[in-house]
Design a protein around this ligand. Structure first.
Ligand code: GAP
Length: 457
């Protein structure tokens, strides 16, 4: 298929109700998006698949769900209040603002042209812009009531480390996982939902004995890469690993020469960034950081609480080291759409189909009566839909000819379409059509739920 552009995906998302501009009727608000009826299902399926792999199927990881607003000292200790910033530059002529490090030659802004108005020498020297969203807590808005919307979910896992470890009776190594909203006042949002100001993260902090962190870092790199390949069905040519060490940056996987030198974030001694080949180029979808004991030590110092671990077997006491796989739901959502979007030619007609893995598909099945003016067919189709809904997301539709209904479901990735026809009244069988092969089989109506269940589970 020809190279996909982002506009095709944006238009599909709007047309079919996956994603709408936030506050649409007021002209929107940059960096905020609303997820429609299909979008919320896809998001939930992504979150479920992650939770299943990271918590449900493991003995060594437990989950939490923490408050978004935390004591502001949390963000002081983590370094976000002092260092969570990007360089910002303004154009004195057109008043546009830019993230300076996105501009070529940004270290000397007086020498470059404004990307908006084209004037030279009008960009201000870059200044640090803190990305934390501020709010106030309680009835009086003053310095003492300032709080922040969390910019990452990770810190709650550090702050609650001791409570979780003791109540869940976990021994090292073990992990704490969380999914939830994060907020960053990004200078430049964009590439559709790739960079947002409100987004959802799925993060896991894996606590281990100092000295074992490199082994666990490699373990989580492999585990997470496999998750993308097996659960999201991402092909080998579309995913790669950027290895960011303090002394050098390199790629494992496709396009190894296409990389710039980088430094790991302030809390990390090394990162594996998983990157996906988006229409705008290779970009990060997940970071796997080796966070050392940076966070637990910082919180122990500022709170005065002992966050060390006593190892019963070796009788040693130490502050655990942490390896953190952290990803955003929205970027995964975009990968699912881009990776599985196909345009196919079927009998002189273009068919758009989202070949989602079944677990991600918003609806697993759609049921249609062949003739909507035959009440017996409508009743049988409606009863079947109702029955399927007890086990999976299913939908009923009788608003067009069968061919058109198939195309609609293909475009939103529904794996199976079921048609109730006149013969069904006699033989109690229905036709099930496969999204990918378009092949059809007849199945006894009493067996349909089991037949589908075996395939979509
Ligand atoms: N706790 C570590 C942390 O937050 P990060 O690399 O800043 O690390 C992790 O974020 C993941 O969260 C990224 O790989 C990306 O998938 C997602 N993410 C970060 N900023 C985002 C934004 N502005 N919009 C959408 N997703 C974002």
């Amino acid at each position: 298929m020809a190279k996909l552009n982002m506009e095709t995906i944006v238009s599909l998302c709007k047309r079919r109700g996956f994603i709408f501009q936030g506050s649409d009727i007021y002209g929107g608000i940059g960096g905020f998006w609303d997820y429609g009826p299909l979008g919320v299902e896809l998001k939930n399926n992504i979150k479920r698949a992650w939770w299943r792999a990271m918590v449900q199927e493991r003995d060594d990881i437990v989950g939490i769900d923490a408050a978004i607003i935390m004591n502001p000292l949390v963000w002081k200790a983590s370094g976000h209040v002092d260092t969570f910033s990007d360089p910002l530059t303004d154009c004195k002529n057109c008043r546009h603002r830019f993230r300076a490090d996105n501009l070529k030659g940004w270290e000397n802004p007086e020498k470059i042209a404004c990307p908006n108005c084209g004037m030279r020498g009008t960009l201000t020297p870059p200044r640090d812009f803190n990305l934390l969203f501020k709010t106030t807590v309680g009835p009086v808005a003053d310095e003492g009531s300032i709080a922040y919307l969390r910019p990452e979910t990770a810190q709650a896992m550090f702050v609650q480390y001791r409570n979780v470890q003791e109540t869940a009776r976990k021994k090292l190594p073990f992990g704490i996982a969380q999914q939830g909203r994060s907020f960053r006042n990004e200078i430049v949002h964009g590439d559709f939902i790739f960079r947002d100001r409100e987004f959802e993260q799925m993060e896991m902090e894996f606590f281990c004995k100092p000295g074992t962190e490199d082994e666990w870092h490699d373990y989580w790199k492999e585990a997470r890469l496999n998750w993308w390949k097996q659960t999201l069905n991402v092909s080998d040519e579309h995913i790669r690993i950027k290895v960011i060490r303090p002394d050098r940056t390199y790629i494992e996987g496709p396009d190894p020469d296409d990389v710039k030198e980088e430094k790991p974030p302030h809390y990390s001694k090394g990162n594996y960034d998983l990157e996906y080949l988006f229409p705008m180029g290779w970009s990060e979808i997940e970071g796997i950081a080796s966070r050392t004991n940076f966070d637990l030590s910082a919180h122990a110092n500022l709170s005065g609480k002992d966050l060390s671990y006593f190892d019963d077997e070796t009788k040693e006491k130490y502050i655990p080291y942490v390896v953190e796989p952290a990803m955003g739901v929205e970027r995964c959502f975009l990968v699912a759409l881009i990776e599985h979007y196909r345009e196919e030619q079927v009998k002189n007609e273009k068919r758009v189909v989202l070949k989602f893995p079944y677990a991600l598909a918003p609806y697993k099945a759609a049921v249609f009566p062949l003739l909507r003016n035959r009440p017996e067919l409508v009743e049988m189709a409606r009863n079947l839909t109702r029955d399927l809904k007890t086990e999976m997301m299913a939908t009923y539709d009788d608003t067009g000819a069968i061919g058109k209904l198939y195309r609609r479901q293909d475009e939103i990735g529904t794996p199976f379409c079921i048609t109730v026809d006149v013969q069904s009244l006699d033989d109690h069988q229905v036709t099930i059509r496969d999204r990918d092969s378009m092949e059809q089989v007849r199945v006894d109506v009493s067996q349909v739920k089991g037949w589908l269940g075996e395939r979509v589970r």
